[in-house]
Design a protein around this ligand. Structure first.
Ligand SMILES: NC(=O)c1ccc[n+]([C@@H]2O[C@H](COP(=O)([O-])OP(=O)(O)OC[C@H]3O[C@@H](n4cnc5c(N)ncnc54)[C@H](O)[C@@H]3O)[C@@H](O)[C@H]2O)c1
Length: 322
């Protein structure tokens, strides 16, 4: 395992920071590739010694040459591509969203091809699907028809097509993972970051409204990171995008878990009773058949850990109250 060298795009983001933390803690060689920016999520999750193990490369994923140079400089054997703009940012600036999310992903595959890498793991999204009423009840299979309702979802669908063509034309294997609501420390931006913002509000003693309701799949940040790492290490051949399983819960259950973790928040975390525009449940079993079993932190435990980490970080001055 010691010869594995990971390069993580978007590593200053939420999932990226958790991937870097998990890899650094097991002593793996890991490098980041992200825009210039404050590494506040990495600092929230890692101490100075852990951070010192990580190589940082500043670069823009829309720049093919820059990413190819990063692959060469790091001698990466494993690539996890997480750089991207989330739903609100794509809506605000669709051409930029397309450059980062679509061209950026083409660049990752093209650079992999140029340096002879045979596998890429990348983040797709539940947002490739349409409204919950457009699908049958129950967990949605990974091959259910995409009907994206956002620019972001369309870009993610395009990326899955890009991955398939690099497999057909060039034999580059890939796994795309489609997370749903990732929650936990460092989840601080994007449409579905609100449950985590409610956990931070509880730790701060503040009220918070989650502007959606209904049942959804909740994935703890660390579980999500471990799924990406496991996919990157798998021997899967082909190009497939998989739904990621997790804890299926109503927003009410999330609020109840927050109130248990921080009793003073009782009655102060509210929600709007309108569901997210995606199916409620995902079938995560095909992914596990492809890469092996994955652990799912129970919602109550994930919320408890998150609130506790927020409390510790606030007390230590490692997390600014927003
Ligand atoms: N968080 C979720 O619930 C969720 C759900 C489904 C899919 N995803 C996908 O997972 C991936 C990671 O999500 P996240 O929550 O960590 O997002 P995030 O917004 O926290 O982080 C994204 C990172 O990408 C970087 N980035 C943006 N533009 C870039 C560019 N041009 N070049 C290099 N880096 C750039 C940002 O600086 C940031 O560090 C994204 O592709 C996202 O669409 C996330």
């Amino acid at each position: 395992m010691s010869e594995q060298r990971f390069l993580i795009t978007g590593a200053l983001g939420c999932i990226g920071a958790w991937v870097v933390r998990c890899l650094a803690r097991e002593g793996a060689a890991v490098a980041t590739f992200d825009l210039a920016g404050d590494p506040h999520r990495l600092r929230l999750l890692m101490d100075d010694d852990e951070l010192a193990q990580v190589q940082h490369i500043t670069g823009d994923i829309t720049d093919l040459g820059a990413f190819e140079a990063a692959l060469q400089e790091t001698g990466a054997t494993h690539v996890i591509h997480l750089a991207g703009l989330q739903v609100p940012f794509c809506k605000a600036d669709p051409p930029l969203g397309a450059r980062v999310n679509v061209v950026g992903t083409v660049n990752v595959f093209e650079a992999a091809k140029r340096v002879g890498l045979r596998r890429v793991v990348y983040a797709s999204s539940i947002a490739i699907y349409g409204l919950r009423e457009e699908y049958p009840e129950g967990p949605i299979g990974h091959d259910a028809l995409p009907r994206p309702r956002t620019h972001y979802g369309v870009y993610k669908q395009a990326n899955e097509g890009t991955a398939r063509i690099y497999w057909l034309d060039d034999g580059i294997s890939s796994i795309g993972l489609r997370p749903y609501i990732v929650y936990g420390p460092a989840r601080d931006q994007g449409m579905t970051s609100q449950p985590t913002k409610a956990m931070l509000a509880a730790a701060l003693g503040r009220p918070h409204n989650i502007p959606f309701g209904g049942r959804s799949v909740y994935q703890y940040t660390e579980d999500t990171a471990r799924a990406f790492i496991q996919a990157a290490r798998s021997t899967f051949a082909g190009a497939e995008a998989f739904n990621l399983g997790g804890a299926v819960a109503h927003v009410r259950d999330v609020i109840a878990a927050i109130e248990t973790a921080e009793p003073s928040s009782r009655g102060r975390i509210t929600f709007d009773d309108k569901p997210l525009p995606f199916p409620a449940e995902m079938d995560g079993t095909p992914l596990e058949a492809a890469i092996g079993p994955l652990s799912v932190t129970p919602l109550a435990a994930g919320v408890q850990e998150t609130v506790e980490l927020f409390r510790r970080a606030l007390a230590a001055g490692r997390l600014a109250a927003q």
